[in-house]
Design a protein around this ligand. Structure first.
Ligand code: HEC
Length: 99
C-alpha cells in the first residue's frame, strides 16, 4: 500500500512537471505567434489540438518548411525550432491538452 502511494505521488509530480514544462516552452518560443485558445498570427493551440496528432505537431516544430506543405499550407511562415527531445515532448503534450 505504501509503495502504491509513492508510485501515485511520483506519477502526479511527473505530470505537473510535464505540464509546467510545456507552458514554459510555449511562453519562451511560441507565444509571439500562437495563443492558447485565441487565434493570433498562427492558429490557436486549441484549434491545432482539434485536428492534429503528436507526429504532425512535432514535425511542424522541427521542420516547418516541409511539414507545413503536408498540412496543406501554401506558404510557411513559421520559423524552425531546434528543441531538445524533452522540450518537444512537453510542448506537444501541452498543445494536445487543449483538445
Ligand atoms: C513567427 C511566428 C511563429 C512562431 C514563433 C511559432 N509559430 Fe507555429 N505557426 C506559425 C504560423 C503562421 C503557422 C501557420 C502555418 C504557416 O504559415 O507556416 C504556424 C503553424 C503551427 C503548427 C501547425 C498548425 C496546424 O495547422 O496544425 C504548429 C503545430 C505550430 N505552429 C506549433 C508551434 C510551436 C510549438 C511553436 C513554439 C515552439 C511555434 N509554433 C512558434 C507561426 C509561428
Amino acid at each position: 500500500m505504501k509503495f502504491f502511494s509513492i508510485f501515485i505521488l511520483l506519477f502526479m509530480v511527473n505530470s505537473v512537471v510535464l505540464a509546467n514544462g510545456g507552458k514554459t516552452v510555449f511562453e519562451t518560443y511560441c507565444w509571439g505567434c500562437h495563443h492558447q485558445t485565441a487565434e493570433a498570427f498562427g492558429p490557436s493551440f486549441k484549434e491545432i489540438a482539434s485536428k492534429r496528432g503528436a507526429d504532425e505537431i512535432r514535425g511542424m516544430i522541427s521542420d516547418p518548411e516541409s511539414v507545413s506543405k503536408i498540412l496543406g499550407y501554401k506558404r510557411n511562415a513559421m520559423p524552425k525550432f531546434q528543441l531538445n527531445e524533452e522540450e518537444l515532448k512537453v510542448i506537444t503534450k501541452y498543445i494536445l491538452s487543449f483538445k
